[in-house]
Design a binder for this molecule. Structure first.
Ligand code: ADP
Length: 534
């Protein structure tokens, strides 16, 4: 928690200048919250005599008028008319105050003052501010007086990298999004003794608002009030979607799973594994047994995404998808900036399944950097996925059809160390997929046994069977031959017309089989092959 992190380092004399990042809006825009710390911790307990706030548009303001007077006394009233000015004008006076009184100054939107650009392309104003901010961190007079400087920014990557160099002593501190309990307390406070209309309980509201800051929760409440509508499940979901979309863009997709294991045809081994090792331990509270990460290997269209959805539904976890190709597609500098924020956003949804699709497109073995992401992004990713503190609350699931290309560091113990092959369905599984697919689309049919059709669709993936079923429905509708009913003839004709693309499927199947190190997860026919190969 940010305050504890700050206090430990401040008390131990490790640092007196801090860079708070991520959910800083809750800190500064939530008066009730910040006030308590300022009153109790800074003024009463630690005797700070000046608390001030600076940002480039509002200038320098003070916690109260006594403090303002004190500041002007120290600066001999020379700064009186300068409090709305640029850093180069005001910082010298802040400097004097920091060294002559116990002062805490909060510098908000610091990325607007010292942006993450090359020093060479910084304006003189920005360079001046950078020097002040860096020098303060190593100034012994400031530490002797006990003054402290807090810089705040939503995204760490937007702030000049210079401040984190080891020659300075500026400590970055992550301000997390509120957890479920904290949200519940806040929501309780928000809607207490008001005539707010709600269709859901405080508990439900708290659970649904995962990933949202207090500020965003308050916005939802205020909007509902203004629009005079009750706060309902759908209302929160809709508002949450737009907040998160704005915050994380296209890179993070929030999935509200609607399908369960029962809607997936076949895949009994994978389903079993996930039930036994994830869903059941979670239900029993035995979180140490839950794997940190899972790698789903197999050709496209075999239902890997589907499996993740069903797992989210039956475990009750939130689910977010990180699209690595989108991260790659972005302007390189931008992607680096946003990746950490995006991971923090994903983790803030705890308990959460973080699904990384097409992981091989980004993290390739021995990649020189041309087709993959930079080493920075990769090491960021390794750090997040290897954090054992999150065991049982964050499960990373990656999907790939080219496991052979993955950087081996990803597959080491404690990351994506469980590899589940997701292969082409066998005849029995295909019959199952036909059945769930026809049910999924709500088609009428007089077919009761799909075995014959399954026999005629050797080498079809689940996605290709879906194409067949859709085609069949089209045919049935076109001629009105059968009056919209999916008959055996129509389905047979559709199979004729939709051939599977065997291209590469065999190769990808082989790779997935090779990757798998747990015989129980392999279909019978591959076990022998594997033993044979070994
Ligand atoms: P992958 O992630 O492996 O590329 P998807 O999970 O996206 O494959 O599957 C694509 C579509 O194919 C799914 O949306 C689903 O409709 C269908 N599908 C694939 N496999 C199955 C299956 N075993 N059961 C039911 N539907 C399936």
């Amino acid at each position: 928690m940010w305050f504890k992190d700050f206090l430990n380092m401040y008390k131990a004399g490790i640092s007196h200048e801090f860079l708070f990042y991520f959910n800083v809006r809750d800190l500064v825009d939530n008066n009730r919250y910040m006030d308590r710390y300022i009153q109790e911790e800074f003024i009463k307990q630690r005797g700070f005599s000046i608390i001030a706030f600076y940002d480039i548009s509002r200038g320098l303001t003070f916690y109260d008028s006594v403090m303002e007077k004190e500041f002007h006394k120290i600066t001999l009233n020379e700064a009186v008319n300068l409090t709305h000015s640029l850093p180069s004008k005001v910082f010298p006076y802040i400097d004097a105050a920091l060294k002559n009184a116990k002062m805490a100054v909060f510098i908000d939107h610091v990325e607007k003052i010292i942006p993450a650009v090359d020093i060479g392309s910084m304006s003189l104003e920005e360079r001046t501010a950078l020097i002040w901010l860096c020098e303060w961190s190593v100034n012994t007079r400031i530490s002797a007086v006990g003054s402290t400087i807090f810089m705040l920014s939503d995204n760490l990557a937007d702030v000049s990298r210079e401040v984190l160099k080891s020659s300075y002593k500026i400590e970055p501190i992550l301000v997390e999004l509120p957890g479920e309990n904290e949200r519940r307390d806040y929501i309780e406070h928000l809607i207490r003794d008001k005539n707010i209309k709600t269709d859901i309980t405080i508990e439900e509201f708290a659970k649904l608002s995962s990933g949202l800051s207090k500020k965003a929760i308050k916005d939802i409440k205020l909007r509902a009030e203004a629009e005079d509508v009750p706060i309902s499940f759908d209302y929160i979901k809709e508002k949450k979607y737009s907040v998160l979309k704005k915050e994380y863009g296209d890179v993070l997709e929030f999935i509200y799973p609607e399908i369960g294991f029962e809607d997936i045809g076949g895949m009994e081994r994978a389903k079993n594994y996930l039930m036994k090792n994830i869903v059941n331990p979670i239900r029993n509270g035995d979180l140490r047994r839950v794997p940190m990460g899972i790698l789903l290997c197999g050709p496209s269209g075999t239902g890997k995404t589907l499996l993740v959805n069903a797992l989210a539904k039956s475990s009750g976890f939130n689910c977010v998808k990180i699209d690595m190709s989108r991260i790659l597609g972005q302007y390189v500098g931008e992607s680096e900036k946003n990746f950490k924020k995006c991971l923090l956003g994903a983790l803030s949804q705890q308990p959460v399944i973080v699904f990384v699709d097409e992981i091989d497109t980004a993290f390739r073995r021995g990649d020189g950097g041309d087709s993959g992401v930079s080493r920075n992004i990769f090491s960021e990713f390794l750090q997040f996925t290897g954090n054992t503190n999150n065991r049982g609350r964050v499960i990373f699931i990656a999907a790939t059809n080219r496991p052979d290309l993955l950087d081996p560091a990803l597959k080491r113990a404690g990351r994506f160390d469980k590899k589940i092959p997701v292969l082409l369905p066998d005849i029995k599984e295909r019959a199952g997929i036909f059945k769930v697919m026809i049910k999924k689309y709500g088609f009428e049919t007089d077919i009761t046994d799909f075995t014959g059709f399954a026999a005629r669709t050797d080498n079809y993936t689940g996605a290709e069977i879906e194409t067949v079923v859709r085609k069949a429905y089209e045919i049935a509708n076109e001629d009105e031959r059968e009056g919209n009913v999916l008959t055996g003839d129509v389905l047979g004709e559709a199979i004729q017309k939709c051939r599977p693309s065997t291209q590469q499927v065999e190769f990808m199947t082989e790779l997935a089989v090779k990757e798998c190190d747990d015989m129980d997860l392999l279909p019978e026919k591959y076990r022998d092959q594997k033993l044979f190969n070994a």
